[in-house]
Design a protein around this ligand. Sequence first.
Ligand code: SF4
Length: 317
Amino acid sequence: MIIMTQKSLYDDNDRLILEKCTLCPKECRINRFKGGTGYCGIDAGFNIASICVHRGEEPYISGMNGICNIFFAGCNLRCLYCQNHEISRSGSVGRNGKMLLDNVLDQIEEILSKGITSVGFVSPSHVVPQVRVIIRGLNLRGLKPITVYNTNSYDKPEVLRSLSGLIDVYLPDYKYCTPEIASEYSDGYDYPLVALKALKEMYYQKGSALRVNENGIAENGLLIRHLVLPGHVNESKSVLRSIAEELSPDVHLSLMSQYHPTSVVKDNPLLCRSLYNEEYDAVVEMMESLGFRNGWIQDMGSNKNYRPDFSKENPFE
Ligand code: SF4
């Protein structure tokens, strides 16, 4: 009975995808209506670790009041250093666990009623059908928030194409250019190729412009994030070069220094420490020399502000 209810929420195409899942490049081909045994560990339901106000995103994303972020459990990558590892690892469904669509919509509606205007879908690549259902459900309630797709970029271009018109702002990571590094740190040898294709699709849909409204909140466009990792300045430089050459130096960029080692990487020879000032400065210099002018750099102290605790009602407060 529950399975039937879930199936009826999805349109025909999403139902077919979820029955033999090829949603993301992992292509597990499992039936997610019969349990989440794919790589991401998540079935066809609403496995959400937290729906909360988040004030720590880039200024144009959070605005003055914050964004209503939906943190999905599970992930289609396994980044060793993930700050959200409590909820992203396979099988962990977080504090909220499995939710009914109405509960999801109620929680979002309550947050939006406090004057927050954007909804962020965090780690959505393995739950795009659920994202579509949530947006449709909000619209049916007369709510049209700014929608932000906050992704690791391990997305198929055709899936992103299906979101055209539904997503207002793409907020993708671009983590690495080198397959060996992607394989070692994120269990995704093909990540560089996949991510670049995904970024090109987002760029095709949005271009370089990031349209900001009168309240200083991005309401349409593309903002690419790159987290500089300790000991990997050259990789970061290659990532920036790739964006400049394959997309444009006019795109908006968020160059992040906030890396903080979790307990999972305490014994890793490179990832066991925070970033050095000179490492970040070298990447910023490269960013400037490539002609990037739009976007943000971070304070070196900001790594203290991004350590969520998903056992709390608001993991960031
Ligand atoms: S979304 Fe999950 S189940 Fe589907 S292909 Fe990707 S990892 Fe596998």
